[in-house]
Design a protein around this ligand. Structure first.
Ligand code: PLP
Length: 377
């Protein structure tokens, strides 16, 4: 791309000071010896994986988690230092690349470990063993001690860690808390049994963001934090045991491209879903659902911020553009900047996600790759 094409249409702004603040906030509640494993999968939840990881390296974070082999390779190619754990499955034929790029593979179950045992690898494959304690996604079941113990004896793998994942740690509902406490207890019982069987379990980790917020007392080697590191909660107005002073890292911005007056009775956009009930002034903004701004925010009184004031989206959101009612905005002109997701409550990621029927994790990670990512500070 031409170097001077910046902020042409729609973009993401990343506030690295806020990322630093969030890291400090997380550190302030985890035990002194526990390290942050920064979850940077899915382009760092839309924030730009390489930029985020480089900055985290600079402020002393040396443990990362990604979902896929390609994400891990990308980090290494861009010079990211430290441990990089692949949380998901890697095809057996590609396991060699996990070694080439000095990544760490998750062992997703006993059968996978046995297939890896058959591979002719030039070096031991570094792995973390995943134990399933109730999520029922990946991991060998905690009850299968025999199978688990056999994994620890496999010759061509080097076991650096053992972990599990909680499936209801975000809820403070009594049943969910009981279930989570059971998951934690079953995990610890399982690793204690494995230790007695002389298995070297390596580092242990259990908590993602909500595990940290609701079960901060756990003493693990790592916490795998994603969403709270980016300064947002998954849901709008959510209750958690610990409340952190986290600050959103990402803002979503776009420019006004055209302004026009609409007479009472005229309609706006596809399907003529919005009918002006009085004369209004509207502006077209250069961002649409192909950029990841959800189309189901159409005609929902969704607000955006322009020149310090709120305007409402009118008519259907299009693939590349959307239209806002700017009748009440005092001063406005072409190329003025519109903020669609930002730190203000009405346009917070939590509010926008909940309005569109999802969680911030999905909203942010789906922000399109057509958006340029600009780092502040
Ligand atoms: C994505 C993921 C995380 C991070 O979850 P957050 O809720 O965003 O902190 C942690 N662990 C695993 C296994 C994951 O897949």
């Amino acid at each position: 791309m031409e170097k001077d094409i910046k902020q042409n249409r729609a973009w993401i702004e990343i506030n690295l000071d806020n990322l630093n603040n969030n890291i400090e906030q997380i550190k302030s509640i985890i035990p002194k010896d526990t390290k942050i494993m920064a979850v940077v999968k899915a382009n760092a939840y839309g924030h730009g994986m390489v930029k985020v990881a480089k900055y985290l390296n600079r402020i002393g974070i040396n443990n990362f988690a990604v979902a896929t082999l390609s994400e891990g390779i990308m980090l290494r190619k861009k010079g990211i230092k430290g441990n990089i754990l692949i949380l998901g499955y890697t095809d057996l034929k590609n396991i060699k690349y996990v070694i080439t790029y000095r990544l760490i593979q998750t062992i997703v179950d006993y059968e996978y470990a046995k297939e890896i045992e058959k591979l002719d690898l030039k070096q031991k494959l570094k792995v973390h063993i995943k134990i399933n304690t109730g999520m029922n996604r990946v991991g060998e079941n905690y009850k299968n001690i025999d199978k688990l113990a056999k994994i620890y004896k496999i010759k061509n793998i080097k076991i650096l860690g053992t972990y599990t994942h909680l499936c209801s740690s975000d809820s403070l509902n009594e049943n969910d808390v009981l279930f989570t406490r059971n998951q934690i207890e079953n995990f610890y019982n399982c690793i204690n049994t494995l230790k007695r069987l002389n298995c070297n379990i390596g580092k242990i980790h259990i908590q993602a963001s909500y595990g940290v917020l609701n079960y901060p007392e756990l003493q693990c080697d790592y916490v795998r934090t994603g969403i709270i590191m980016y300064g947002v909660y998954s849901n709008y107005k959510e209750n958690t045991k610990i409340k952190l002073d986290i600050k959103p890292v990402l803002s979503l911005k776009a420019k006004i491209t055209t302004l026009k007056e609409i007479a009472k009775g005229e309609t706006i956009g596809y399907g003529r879903t919005f009918v002006a009930d009085k004369n209004i002034k509207i502006a077209t903004v250069g961002i649409g659902y192909a950029d990841g701004y959800p189309r189901n925010l159409s005609n929902q009184n969704t607000e955006v911020l322009v020149n310090g004031e709120y305007a409402t989206i009118v008519g259907r959101i299009c693939m590349d553009q959307l239209i806002i009612d700017v009748s009440n905005i005092k001063s406005i002109k072409r190329e003025d900047i519109v903020t669609l997701i930002g730190k203000e409550e009405k346009i917070s990621a939590e509010k926008i996600a909940s309005k569109s029927g999802t969680i911030t994790n999905e909203l942010l990670s789906r922000l399109g790759n057509r958006l340029e990512i600009i780092t502040l500070n």
